[in-house]
Design a protein around this ligand. Structure first.
Ligand SMILES: NC(=O)c1ccc[n+]([C@@H]2O[C@H](COP(=O)([O-])OP(=O)(O)OC[C@H]3O[C@@H](n4cnc5c(N)ncnc54)[C@H](OP(=O)(O)O)[C@@H]3O)[C@@H](O)[C@H]2O)c1
Length: 280
């Protein structure tokens, strides 16, 4: 028997990422949990190992908001694993007012877009060598209210009400990036798809406890929320599907906004993003 398949899930210590990692471990994948906090990562690993008999999980620490750390983590991954079959770029945040990383980038841009873009590029040779392989990017239906400000990727003009328009903009970036990745990787054996997990009860946005409990009544559990990521990452029916938006565990390109299907915009976003990646 060959080596077990390997999967990476970013933001695997909480919410949808934790359940995606658990689902991959349950399907027999050697699963690497990419997290920014050693303590939270260790708790997630113990949780998965305790609930999945024979789980093979490990941790790579990475703050996806910092490109230097993404480069270090990618090198650690390449050193540690000999194959990579699935990469789930799950980690994401939404904050209400603009902040900058210590590298001088807008935090939502850095964590939601630049970090996963860079990580994926650095792992792409490994994905190609291991192919067929799949990349799954967590997007959101929220992209529909997103407007892409290519002339102000760093959001110097602000986030908009409670940060939501900015979050939506970064989720639109995730969809456009997925389409551009699919176009660039055609014929390499690596697919790129993105997912809307539905409205899921997680730490995202961390609303005040009372509001959170009320809204939570209408949301899915993280386990149900992870189903679409798991379908895109593992369902044999989707082995050749690429450049597609998934919702409710199936392709859902009909749910995309007009901007999200603009492939010229996707190419321009790619070029503008590359300029924001510091050389290694
Ligand atoms: N929940 C929903 O209804 C919903 C809907 C549509 C899309 N999504 C997308 O689903 C994905 C997962 O979100 P979730 O709802 O499961 O939220 P969550 O519970 O807050 O999980 C987010 C994960 O991302 C990690 N993360 C945040 N900043 C990071 C950084 N700088 N470096 C590394 N990891 C970082 C978090 O780590 P810490 O625990 O250390 O903060 C956490 O593990 C996100 O991309 C989100 O946009 C969610």
């Amino acid at each position: 028997m060959g080596d077990p398949k390997t999967a990476i899930v970013t933001g695997a210590n909480s919410g949808i990422g934790l359940e995606t990692a658990r689902g991959l471990a349950r399907r027999g994948y050697r699963t690497v949990l990419v997290c920014r906090s050693a303590e939270r990562a260790a708790a997630a690993k113990a949780d998965i190992d305790g609930s999945v008999p024979g789980a093979d999980t490990s941790i790579v620490l990475c703050d996806l908001g910092l490109q230097a750390d993404v480069r270090r983590a990618a090198a650690e991954i390449v050193e540690r694993v000999d194959r990579l079959d699935v990469l789930v770029n799950n980690a994401g945040i939404t904050i209400r007012v603009p902040e900058q990383t210590s590298e001088g980038h807008d935090v939502m841009l850095a964590v939601n877009h630049l970090g996963p873009l860079l990580l994926t590029e650095l792992l792409r040779p490994l994905l190609e060598r291991s192919g067929p392989a799949r990349v799954v990017n967590l997007a959101s239906d929220a992209h529909r209210i997103g407007r892409l400000r290519l002339d102000d990727l760093e959001a110097t003009r602000g986030y908009g009400l409670l940060g939501f328009p900015r979050y939506a903009e970064t989720k639109l970036m995730n969809i456009l990036t997925t389409r551009e990745q699919a176009r660039r990787w055609a014929g390499t054996g690596v697919t790129a798809n993105c997912v809307h997990p539905g409205g899921v009860r997680t730490n995202l946005g961390a609303p005040p406890p009372v509001v959170g409990r009320l809204v939570g009544l209408f949301l899915k559990s993280p386990e149900v929320g992870a189903r679409t990521s798991l379908a895109a990452a593992t369902d044999p029916a989707y082995a050749d599907v690429t450049g597609t938006y998934f919702a409710k565990s199936k392709p859902a390109d009909d749910k995309l906004s007009r901007l999200a299907t603009d492939d010229d915009l996707a190419a321009r976003l790619w070029a503008a993003s590359e300029e924001l990646l510091a050389p290694g």
